[in-house]
Design a protein around this ligand. Structure first.
Ligand SMILES: Cc1cc2nc3c(=O)[nH]c(=O)nc-3n(C[C@H](O)[C@H](O)[C@H](O)COP(=O)(O)OP(=O)(O)OC[C@H]3O[C@@H](n4cnc5c(N)ncnc54)[C@H](O)[C@@H]3O)c2cc1C
Length: 587
């Protein structure tokens, strides 16, 4: 092996036959370190199952596209971009932002660090950040810097004799250097999970676990996939631009970009997802709103491939019909068939997947080793070390979540067939949405009826949808007539409108320790071994499901998380429990 960095980490010997190996690189630069690691992994018959390479860069990093990565290179936006190679066995996660801040936001257990410290930088905060995420004996290879050795040692690393031009060290703390241990894989004797719910959430989790060699038993009360909320004829997908780059804006950006890559991989594998290709138009709520968002797009330097502001005239030209106001255009947004996405995700899971349909799970129970899922007659349906609750509003009941954090929201869609909006070229969203399904067929909706359980299609709902449509597209001028068709489904939402994604808390243990946990952080909470959730996707199942599944699979496997830890905490299913503990509700 000739590459000095790999040599310094004793690679490839150290990754031999391991399930995963994680390299963190504090400066992506021209990508040479990643390309060398990838080439060495490729050439090594003893290579680890999955190689994770997490690299930090700035927006400028994205301007220099390595030719080897051109086909998967991300858009020029900040945040974490997860790029998969070698059928997902080599994973490059680019953390784009302020380099010092990004390192603090990673959540992973590193086996090796490539460190670049600028001569004028103080290396102490950097070394402290490394100590938070270093695995046992994690190695460091760094360019020489006068203050680095002392900073590494103060953070719990043992330095080798200097071997210019590199400084080498190993994580071997002799005292406690961190409050929380970095993430570890779930301790499971076998890779088998039960996934309850076969909508967008459950099918995505199925595909991300199967890609990691897991066996999945997918259970649904319906007789096939995507029969409830995920069974709409089409759904729209797009990121959100806010006046500030809030956590919600950053999360929807991450979800949107991850979904695009995930769907492209499904399409490349031959699956037809009925995805529109001409972009999506969002109409502003008011002219002031349009101006403010146009300003935000310019301020954040968002590329035209992500979002561009559109005047009313521009927007009408893009839409092919007159629109009420200007807004903004997402060139990569669009509409897709949720049911086709679900079917493709199950298909790629292949033999790893066992389907158990027409079966409702009444309760789940842990016996100290496995989770057991029972139906209402008490019959055991399946057991496995891991359960993922992907069953929307019913997840809260199965997991006995404190404070009942989710609600059902009825939504009625209207299908115009034939449609007076035959000229509509792209999906348009605003107060509601309009999606061209076929030349003379338009999907529009949807009502938002909190806590309604009415499953019937109602003409009042159609009327509401048509009024909403007329406010967005003044020329739509649709009368309620016999050609109107509809569908009712139920969203599952939380009070903060964020989904519930990740490992669930052990609520019994948390309540018993409520006093100590009254000032707890998410990492302080006791967690339920092997119990995860992916639900409460609200009106954005398409944007949340693939990224959510990748986060859950990464947590289960102890792999680097695909988003910043602070963002994952905004989705943590334990956040409502945490608030209750902080408010002293269990004392
Ligand atoms: C009218 C309407 C329009 C929407 N439009 C869009 C859109 O344009 N874009 C977008 O991104 N999102 C949209 N959404 C939201 C999107 O449909 C949801 O976020 C998404 O489908 C949720 O997926 P899910 O897998 O969590 O839930 P579901 O698709 O509801 O799947 C949950 C599954 O769990 C099963 N289940 C529940 N309990 C049990 C149990 N105890 N045992 C066994 N199985 C069980 C159910 O049978 C169901 O199949 C819309 C929603 C509605 C209602």
């Amino acid at each position: 092996m000739t590459d000095p960095l790999l040599n310094a980490h004793d690679l490839p010997a150290r990754w031999a036959r391991r399930r995963r190996f994680v390299i963190v690189d504090t400066l992506f630069g021209d990508g040479r370190a990643f390309l060398a690691a990838w080439a060495a992994w490729r050439a090594d018959p003893e290579r680890c199952e999955r190689l994770h390479f997490v690299s930090i860069g700035t927006l400028d990093t994205l301007d220099r596209v390595p030719v080897e990565l051109a086909s998967i290179w991300p858009m020029r936006v900040t945040g974490m971009h997860r790029l998969e190679l070698e059928a997902g066995r080599v994973v490059l996660t680019l953390a784009i932002g302020d380099p010092g801040e990004m390192l603090q936001k990673l959540w992973l257990r590193a086996d090796a660090f490539n460190l670049r410290v600028h001569a004028s930088d103080d290396p102490r905060p950097l070394c402290k950040a490394l100590a938070r995420i270093a695995g046992d004996n994690a190695t460091v290879a760094a360019d020489a810097h006068p203050l680095l050795q002392r900073a590494l040692e103060a953070a719990g690393f043992a330095c080798d004799e200097p071997a210019p031009p590199l400084i080498k060290a190993r994580f071997a703390p002799r005292w406690r250097v961190r409050r929380h241990e970095p993430p570890l894989a779930a301790a499971t004797p076998e890779r088998h999970a039960i996934v309850i719910g076969a909508g967008l959430a459950g099918c995505a989790v199925t595909s991300r676990l199967a890609a990691r060699g897991w066996r999945v038993t997918l259970i649904d009360r319906n007789d096939g996939v995507a029969r409830d909320a995920s069974g709409n004829p089409a759904g729209v997908f797009h990121p959100i631009v806010w006046r500030d780059d809030s956590p919600a804006a950053r999360l929807t950006r991450a979800g949107f970009l991850y979904a695009l890559r995930h769907w492209t991989a499904l399409e490349d594998a031959g699956h037809e997802l009925l995805r529109t290709r001409d972009g999506l138009l969002q109409i502003a709520d008011s002219p002031e709103d349009a101006l403010a968002i146009a300003d935000a797009i310019a301020r954040f330097g968002l590329p035209a491939s992500y979002a561009v502001a559109a005047t009313r005239a521009d927007a009408s030209r893009i839409a092919g019909v007159d629109v009420a106001r200007g807004g903004w255009f997402f060139a990569r947004g669009g509409a897709i068939s949720p049911a086709a996405v679900c079917a493709a995700q199950c298909a790629v899971a292949g033999n790893a997947l066992t389907r158990i349909f027409s079966t409702q799970i009444d309760r789940i129970q842990h016996d100290g080793h496995d989770w057991h899922a029972f139906d209402a007659t008490g019959t055991l349906i399946a057991h496995a070390p891991v359960v993922v609750l992907a069953n929307a509003h019913d997840a809260m009941r199965l997991a006995h979540l404190h404070g009942q954090p989710t609600r059902g929201v009825r939504g009625q869609l209207t299908v115009l067939d034939p449609s007076p909006l035959g000229a509509l070229r792209v999906p348009v969203i605003g107060d509601g949405y309009a999606v061209p399904l076929a030349p003379q067929r338009t999907l529009t909706g949807a009502t938002y009826d909190i806590d309604s359980t009415d499953r019937k299609v109602r003409s009042a709902g159609h009327r509401e949808n048509l009024e909403r449509l007329a406010r967005m597209l003044p020329s739509s001028n649709v009368e309620l007539n016999q050609h109107v068709d509809g569908r009712v489904a139920f969203r599952c939402v939380t009070s903060d409108r964020m989904p519930m994604i990740g490992q669930l808390a052990d609520e019994t243990a948390a309540r018993a320790d409520a006093g100590r946990l009254s000032g707890a952080w998410p990492l302080d909470l006791p967690r339920a071994a092997g119990l995860y959730g992916a639900f409460a996707f609200g009106s954005r199942g398409l944007v949340w499901s693939a990224l959510g599944a990748e986060l859950v699979a990464s947590e289960i496997e102890g792999e680097p998380w695909p988003i910043e830890r602070e963002l994952a905490e905004a989705l943590d299913p334990a956040r409502f429990l945490l608030r209750a503990l902080r408010h002293g509700e269990f004392k």
